[in-house]
Design a protein around this ligand. Structure first.
Ligand SMILES: [Fe+2]
Length: 253
């Protein structure tokens, strides 16, 4: 993986070096995130006892999944896709345009680009080729587990925290958006577009329990304390408290 780490580092360094102090931390956030997503991916591949080829395809896809974040932030100064562009598709364009993975066999490159393109979809299309389906699911789980950690650390100190990762959402202590609460009650993944405040973001992260694919990632969501911390941040209403058991059952399944 070392040569791919060098390629990815070279690519992102151009953005990091040319940024001002404020912007640099946002690029660095995505750079560090990418490396941790790779680590998570390695954890999942080992837990699945995946073969060498598929492991390396998943690892490269994990490392490059957010390539599009760099040109996205350069142009739009935001990580909100709704206000800018689809960063997954932009990532595919940049991997090709900058020939970042030009030396890989065509079929492996196709799977990697597919996983990058699909990593942020709300729902995966049916009937994906088997290799693409598994690498994409691995990247999505690896990504979600790391994002939860990043967002929870930012939510601890909203007042002093960088507002970009939290998508400029504000802390409104008792507010919960009904449609997001309903998604959770229906054991479904909530959608980004519906979020109006940080409690919604907490509920959205909890709803990811229903979209995790592998035992390894489900276990991480519990073991890293994400479930407890997310509930701790939410208002203690009966509807919120009722969500806890189904989520834990899902994560232990
Ligand atoms: Fe992403």
């Amino acid at each position: 993986m070392n040569n791919f780490k060098i390629i990815f580092t070279d690519f992102s360094t151009t953005y990091i070096q040319n940024a001002d102090e404020n912007e640099r931390q946002n690029y660095l956030l995505k750079y560090d995130h990418s490396l941790r997503v790779l680590e998570n991916c390695q954890g999942i591949c080992t837990s699945l006892n995946l073969n060498k080829n598929l492991t390396s395809t998943a690892n490269i896809a994990a490392l490059f999944h957010d390539t599009g974040r760099f040109p996205q932030y350069l142009k739009y100064k935001t990580f909100k896709d709704a206000n800018s562009c689809n960063h997954a598709i932009l990532g595919v364009k940049y991997i090709l345009r900058k020939k970042l993975l030009a030396n890989l066999p065509k079929s492996q490159l196709r799977t990697i680009l597919g996983s990058v393109a699909l990593h942020n979809r709300n729902k995966l299309p049916e009937n994906l080729p088997e290799h693409l389906k598994i690498t994409t699911k691995i990247v999505r789980d690896s990504d979600k587990i790391d994002i939860m950690g990043i967002l929870l650390s930012h939510m601890k100190n909203v007042a002093t925290s960088n507002s970009v990762p939290l998508m400029d959402l504000k802390e409104i202590p008792e507010k919960l958006t009904e449609s997001i609460l309903l998604s959770l009650e229906e054991c479904k993944q909530a959608s980004y577009q519906e979020m109006q405040c940080l409690n919604d973001f907490r509920m959205l992260l909890l709803s990811w329990a229903y979209d995790l694919n592998f035992k390894w990632s489900k276990k991480q969501m519990i073991n890293r304390g994400f479930v407890e911390t997310l509930f701790y941040g939410l208002p203690k209403t009966p509807r919120v408290e009722k969500l806890y058991l189904p989520i834990m059952n899902q994560l232990k399944s």
